[in-house]
Design a protein. Structure first.
Length: 323
């Protein structure tokens, strides 16, 4: 058997090799996988983050969209990628907290197959309605839904997506019944709403505000527990009869499991610096995103808290997806 001295020497050599890799990282372009369509909020954040990381680390961070299956196609791709730090992804609450609760045969396990790199931010959405909806605010929505249980429809960017669960929480907190209509991505759902094919949608504030100004939709309220400083005149759903409503989501950067810790730390530090930049502040304001720089453990804790909170809604609504 190897002696204690030889094992110690091997450990020191491995540590030195890892440090050398981190010191030279990155020495070629890095792929940033977005498991959603181009033009989605995740895509917008990833592209701005990639620009900042390129400036910080001196290499290109190339965004690639691998959409489908509620983010699982792109997530599985990254889970199987080489653990060298040259393939990372922008994940979210859907991909790294909720999917394991929704799918019986999911082909990755977030806690096993990924290394958390950094939490990017938490996002608030707005509940919006079709332009010709017979109600003007969230209180009116409750009244309309009570008159016709299960008739009003709300769209989402996929079965089991966080928007689907936000709708479940909407039903629970408002004591109403709605019908869920899933779409392939936010842009398709937004087009359906503005075409009056569905009644309601949870949408990013930037799109909601722009289209409300020209009368293409109505804003009913923000999904956060408190009003957003960027939009102080937009009430929360909680203050309009949806008792205790608090629906937000988050973005985080993940790498395949077994990427060297020094590489993860280097990425974490560069991401935190990018989050503090004026360019990212502009994107965050547009999306009603609160940036959340921090260490790698912060993202791990956020994943666990999300699974606990939304797991209850999934169980109560008996949401089980075919796979």
């Amino acid at each position: 058997m190897p002696s204690l001295l030889s094992r110690l020497a091997a450990s020191v050599a491995a540590l030195a090799a890892t440090s050398a890799i981190a010191a030279g990282y990155p020495d070629k372009p890095v792929r940033v996988i977005v498991p959603y369509v181009a033009g989605s909020p995740a895509d917008m954040v990833a592209r701005k983050l990639g620009e900042g990381l390129a400036q910080q680390l001196g290499q290109s961070f190339i965004v690639e969209n691998k959409a489908g299956a509620n983010g699982m196609i792109g997530s599985e791709f990254v889970a199987r990628a080489a653990p060298d730090g040259y393939t990372i992804m922008l994940g979210n609450m859907d991909t790294h907290a909720l999917n394991p609760l929704l799918y019986r045969h999911i082909r990755y396990e977030p806690a096993r197959d990924f290394a958390p790199v950094a939490q990017v931010g938490t996002l608030t959405a707005m509940l919006i309605a079709r332009p010709d909806a017979p109600f003007q605010d969230a209180r009116g929505l409750i009244q309309a839904a009570a008159r016709a249980p299960g008739k009003l429809t709300y769209g989402s960017w996929g079965l089991g997506s966080v928007a689907h669960l936000w709708g479940g929480l909407l039903e629970e907190s408002g004591r109403i019944q709605l019908m869920h209509v899933p779409y392939q991505g936010t842009p398709a759902a937004m087009n359906a709403l503005m075409g009056s094919q569905i009644d309601l949608l949870f949408g990013p504030p930037t799109l909601a505000l722009a289209n409300a100004k020209n009368g293409r939709l109505k804003i009913l309220g923000v999904t956060s527990a408190t009003r957003q400083p960027q939009y102080p005149d937009v009430p929360t759903l909680a203050e309009q009869g949806f008792a205790g409503y608090d629906g937000t989501t988050w973005f985080g950067v993940f790498a395949p499991a077994k990427v060297p810790g020094d590489v993860l730390d280097r990425l974490n530090q560069a991401i935190n610096r990018t989050l503090d930049s004026p360019a990212m502040a502009d994107t965050a304001a547009t999306l009603a995103m609160t940036v959340t720089p921090g260490d790698r453990r912060q993202l791990e804790r956020t994943m666990a808290a999300s699974r606990e909170k939304w797991g209850r809604i999934i169980a109560d609504k008996k949401i089980q997806l075919n796979d």
